[in-house]
Unconditional design. Structure first.
Length: 256
């Protein structure tokens, strides 16, 4: 599959006339709880030649393509859009630059953008994202007696990310196990989460689950705590000059 993915990435670079700076896995595979039939959710960051940016008109700054009967989903953002999102501590972006599954990376780009992300990081911006997701998915769980385990993990991971943001200074990690091991969570809950991760790795995404009252209570507790404390969190201390300098540097490096 890696060979196929890299073939499509090479094709995108050629057809779109871009340079891919980062191509990585996101979603359940990167989070650490895939099902056997999980799709491949590849996210890219790319840059155009300098002249592409010299226009009064805003051009399309994203790519979205599907391959292999929709099994391989490749979407991504142009560098300028990426850095604008980084200034806002966009959580999906913060996740993808931490992905443990890399298909392509250019030079020191990944290291440098992670350093920028840390300097721009806003706890209050990120908690709003994860809190909204946790509430949405918890509501879905409560609507039906049986639910997809995939949706349960969406709620659980988002709620745990809220707990991380309240308790830690650094960005929440994309890998769920790193998040769990970095927080003070009761052993019985950790053990049950690990059992469910194993279960998810053995069944299809269509599987319906039920119960898990203790974990749903944990999700609710994380949500309530985030609701009560989010407004006291600090915002970003970063500035646009750092981002702009990095943007110009990357354009110069990739305009050959």
């Amino acid at each position: 599959m890696n060979e196929k993915i890299n073939k499509y990435l090479d094709r995108i670079e050629k057809e779109k006339e871009v340079k891919i700076l980062l191509a990585c896995e996101t979603g359940s595979r990167a989070w650490g709880f895939p099902s056997p039939d999980s799709d491949f959710d590849i996210r890219i960051i790319y840059v155009h030649k300098k002249d592409w940016y010299l226009s009064l008109l805003e051009k399309r700054d994203s790519i979205a393509l599907m391959f292999e009967n929709n099994e391989i989903d490749i979407t991504g953002w142009d560098l300028r859009k990426t850095l604008r999102l980084l200034q806002k501590s966009n959580p999906p972006l913060l996740e993808r630059i931490q992905s443990p599954i890399l298909y392509k990376q250019s030079g020191s780009f990944l290291k440098e953008i992670n350093e920028l992300a840390n300097s721009q990081y806003s706890r209050i911006a990120t908690i709003h994202h994860y809190l909204s997701m946790a509430k949405k998915f918890l509501e879905e769980l409560k609507e039906k007696e049986d639910y997809k385990l995939k949706r349960f993990f969406y709620a659980l991971r988002s709620a745990t990310a809220c707990k991380w943001i309240l308790e830690k200074e650094e960005m929440p990690p994309i890998e769920f196990q790193k998040m769990l091991s970095g927080l003070n969570i009761e052993n019985n809950l950790i053990n049950r989460i690990n059992e469910l991760i194993y279960l998810k790795s053995t069944i299809s995404e269509s599987y319906l689950h039920h119960g898990e009252i203790e974990l749903i209570d944990f999700i609710e507790a994380c949500i309530n705590s985030a609701d009560e404390n989010r407004k006291s969190l600090p915002s970003s201390k970063g500035n646009a000059d750092e981002l702009n300098s990095f943007f110009l540097k990357m354009l110069a490096q990739n305009d050959n």
